[in-house]
Design a protein around this ligand. Sequence first.
Ligand code: EPU
Length: 337
Amino acid sequence: MNIQENISLKPYNTFGLDARAKYFVTVKSIQALKEAVSLDNYPEKFILGGGSNMLLTKNLDCLVVHLALKGIEVIDEDDDNVLVKAYAGENWHQFVLWCLDQNYGGIENLSLIPGNVGTAPIQNIGAYGVELKDVFESCDALNISTKKIETFSKDACQFGYRESVFKQEKKHSHIIISTTLKLSKRQHQLHTEYGAITNELEAMGITDPTIQDISKAVISIRESKLPNPKEIGNSGSFFKNPVISNSQFEKLKINFPDIPSYVVSTKEVKIPAGWLIEKAGFKGKTFNNYGVHKKQALVLVNYGDAKGSDILKLATLIQKTIDRIFGISIETEVNII
Ligand code: EPU
């Protein structure tokens, strides 16, 4: 194994933070991954996927195992549907484009989400009315202690809003090596109910959209609101949208009549954290080389050589302020390392 020392992780995290790995190895096969996790002289390992959902607040004093397993294969199909397996190191958006080229439908709304195929199930990525779980068939994961590959069905993954078993009890025991999705080959189920998509399609002059049109609309919306990590370091939504009770919502409406909400159940509503953060005055705020994005307050950004620990301090200040003003605690969506 080619184990390198003292490697900058800047190219490996979309926040563009210059934390360092004491030891670093890239694995391109399942065999190499098994060998890497078996290296007893490196007792602590950190598994790195697309690096799109983490805030590195310190150097990693361990062996960083960079997952670069590649490959996309059709494993089964009939006239209507296809099962497509993609390996963990495939870039998510490139995979979406590949599916669109084959005219496979189901993930067009998830266009341009940063990260890799292997990390998509961990937080059940979602956008514009679709979540990964809607098309998820199964995923294969390496059990680190037995070195066996286990298959997780959709139920076994326990998907929730930006949640799965891989963020909970399987967090340290399993590494996802591939994800299999069930996609449509014809009579695609389009999800255009999200307001911004309807408006964008209208602006594009499209009345009878294809899955490719929806992807283009989503790309255009995302590009207009969300910073491109290649230009400005970021990890997409930094916080989750909080879920509160109907009674708390009714009380908040007295002081904040314009507070937006989405119904979650008969008892609860979800509040856009971006709105809370904007209302608290943080939108577009810049502190030297980091801050809150100008066009979407849910996104924290690194404008240059910011430190992860500074961005974490800002995140904590935002959380405390939101709690003080609205009595709502907002959780980070991004993993703090
Ligand atoms: N809003 C503001 N100010 C802001 C941002 C948002 O007032 O600065 C309010 C507006 O009322 C707006 C509402 O929030 O109508 C919703 O905003 P948006 O449509 O941008 O969606 P979001 O709830 O902020 C979520 C996901 C995004 C996903 C979009 C679209 C979470 C944490 N985030 O954002 O996911 O792209 O919906 O479906 O659920 C990500 O996870 O990294 C991500 C970008």
